[in-house]
Design a protein around this ligand. Sequence first.
Ligand SMILES: [Zn+2]
Ligand SMILES: [Zn+2]
Length: 401
Amino acid sequence: MIFYTEEKNNGYIVIRFAAMKFSFIYTVFFLFLAGIPVTRASDIRIGLFYDREIQSAVFTVVQGEYILFGDGKQIKSLRRGSILLIDYTADGVAIQDTAESHGGFDQIEFRGISSENVFSIKPVYPSFAGKESDDDLLVGVAGQNLRIINRLDLEKYIAGTLEAEGGIAAPVEYYKAQAVLIRTYAVKNFHRHSFEGFNLCDGQHCQAFNGKSRWDEEIHAAVLATEHEVLTDQDGQPANTAYHANCGGMTASAAIEWNEDLPYLTPVNDPFCSESSQYEWRKVISLNEWRQYLLSKGIVSSLLPDNLTQQPARLKYFTFGDRRILISDIRQDLQLRSTFLTISQESSNMIFSGRGYGHGVGLCQEGAMEMARVGFVYIDILMFYFRDLIISQYRSEAFVK
Ligand SMILES: [Zn+2]
Ligand SMILES: [Zn+2]
């Protein structure tokens, strides 16, 4: 992947990019007038309904015009409102509408040919909620199921993901910071699912993507204002841009939380998230349950860790005599909101008092929202949570369709 980095505060560069954006918009407008399908700058392929097994689904044209291809050969064109049933069969993918049916394809493709193309895809066997999305749809076979892939413009994917991951009704500078993180993740993990024929999945495994952004004004503005921007490290590589709901007042280092020593993911004292609802939590379990849990870890010496006195720092382990437990294991086993916690005993109960929600590494979303509310711009927010990273321009030519 190729990057070039430039200082954001250099007025000349800002003007140059503004000019590039204007000329791009002008070109798109011209092509639109001329009736020529617009070639998108860079595409990404998203595996839809990744954690489900689907045998049948219904495709509908919501906006624009599509051409349907079967194994690369043109079958028919589809206008707004056209509906087709797509089935898995032992011979391959089959398609059917009220007039005709075709079958035996390795892959079918619905290719949008208007300036704006929107479709919906609704699984019917099994039946569950579908998605509406932009641009193209590819359907092939995976095992005894359909493999459903949305090929769309990268920036439209960023907008859809921003809506799913970033929360609603947040300040625009926060949305801009989050858009840069989501774009950086997409670029960094571009080949995560390559062996399955797409780039990223639509689930929590990658980034949640619920389909088309409603293009709320703030989300639209945030994606356009940060177009092509990604965070890179000192070597020019896309950074690990982790984020979480609330850090509890101090972010976690990647070294402690993930055994991954990244100099830009080190603890930051965060005064911005303390008024948020997810800043503190508390969980009570019985003494007996805790004793059984410790026993399952081979610990019988004591009920309370020896190193509690080191709190409120973020610790990696709790030690019990010559044994220790990863706090991230305790979090997972007891389904706690964070690893930033202390333990105490009150008569026959154990009290877990914790701060924050999530793994705590990288950007704290509730802190970032508050920073935006009090007037920080997105670059300030990113530089506060990620140390010594650079905002770079991603060169879309590096994407391979
Ligand atoms: Zn994934
Ligand atoms: Zn925070």
